[in-house]
Write a new protein. Structure first.
Length: 368
């Protein structure tokens, strides 16, 4: 049932070209050269979504990280403000929810107790609730008024991998559908972006074929006691997600930060024993992240860079470089997160950890 792989986690990482294809299937159409999005589960609510004053995204763990990417995507495309909330904090602070708020609940399992409780709170305050779940028929998918399944297929490994990338793709589709309804984006651009989304499975295939460099990096750093992950913009949440993956399966202490925050404190941690993973692809913030890399290099930190294909400049700064195919910056998290999943996996295996069933963790957290 692991399809020849030693663990579910690595099987699920390698399934991503297919799981993303399944997320997109039947939702993107091209007619006379123009792209269109169809999300059956939201069709009756699209007018309400397009006239919303505010969206709230509620989730835990990896789904919360996907929600943060979603915040960047939604605000970029729809120009409607988004608040991202930890379900566990939101539910206990008598949250301010207006009747015209639209609250999304993002959950792979659809059974997370805190997310479910936050959903009940939002419903009782009269907001429209939307589920973004993987497990069909799960509690959150049943209790929300409408929603979109991510269709990533069963995720067995406790560390969430393919659900994260499918959540991000689903949120991208919803954001684009709302933006198009609002007239915030031209048909020409939508068409271009939908072609780009369609190209992602092939790009992931290409990325996965460079797997051996991740094994090499894991060999070099599996004895580290700490790791830092840094990114900016759309890739700041990817830094958080990379750190969470490493923590939960290898038990190495890791932190993710927005790269520019480093000088406000964490830079004090940098020495020759600190591996620092930078997500440094060629997007609009590239020059900024390069100067952040220089700051770390000057203090002796060991740099691993997730960089764009064809970026030759970065080699002089980083000890290890992992190449991701070119992609429009707002879709890049679905590529840049994958080497970080692999890094966590290979480090955990070298440390002899139980990758699919890490200590103290359960696949779905159905208790508070
Ligand atoms: O099923 P959910 O998406 O609601 O689960 C939320 C978190 O418990 C989950 O993402 C957790 O953080 C994972 N173990 C991360 O890999």
């Amino acid at each position: 049932e692991k399809g020849g792989f030693p663990h579910f986690m690595i099987k699920e990482i390698f399934e991503q070209p297919e799981s993303i294809q399944n997320t997109i299937r039947g939702r993107i159409y091209f007619e006379n050269g123009s792209g269109r999005i169809q999300l059956g589960g939201l069709a009756d609510y699209l007018d309400r979504l397009a006239s919303a004053k505010r969206f709230i995204f509620c989730a835990c763990g990896t789904s919360w990280h996907a929600s943060l990417v979603g915040e960047y995507l939604f605000e970029h495309f729809t120009r409607i403000p988004v608040c991202v909330e930890y379900a566990s904090e939101f539910r206990y602070r008598n949250p301010i929810i207006y009747k015209d708020d639209i609250v999304f609940f993002i959950s792979q399992s659809g059974e997370t107790a805190d997310t479910l409780a936050a959903l009940k709170e939002a419903k009782s305050k009269g907001a429209l609730t939307i589920g973004i779940c993987n497990v069909v028929g799960s509690s959150i998918s049943r209790e929300t008024e409408c929603g979109v399944y991510i269709h990533a297929g069963p995720e067995i490994g406790v560390a969430s991998t393919k659900a994260f990338t499918s959540q991000v793709i689903t949120l991208s589709l919803i954001a684009l559908a709302i933006a198009s309804k609002r007239g915030e984006i031209s048909t020409k651009l939508i068409t271009e972006y939908l072609h780009e989304l369609n190209s992602i499975p092939k790009k992931i295939q290409n990325l996965l074929s460079q797997n051996s460099i991740m094994q090499e990096i894991a060999k070099e750093f599996n004895n580290a006691s700490n790791f830092l992950y840094l990114g900016r913009g759309f890739n700041f949440p990817v830094a958080l997600e990379g750190a969470l993956k490493l923590k939960e399966i290898s038990y190495i202490h890791a932190e993710g930060y927005p790269a520019a925050e480093l000088k406000h404190g964490p830079i004090a941690l940098i020495d020759e024993f600190m591996p620092v993973v930078f997500i440094a692809i060629k997007d609009s913030l590239y020059p900024k992240i390069i100067s952040n890399i220089e700051e770390i290099k000057a203090r002796g930190g060991r740099i691993i860079a997730i960089a764009s294909e064809g970026d030759t400049n970065i080699e002089s700064l980083a000890e290890y470089v992992i190449r991701v195919p070119q992609i429009i910056d707002f879709f890049s998290p679905v590529l840049t997160s994958i080497p970080l999943q692999l890094l966590a996996y290979y480090i955990a295996v070298l440390r002899g950890c139980d990758v699919d069933q890490p200590r103290n963790l359960a696949k779905s957290v159905t208790v508070e």
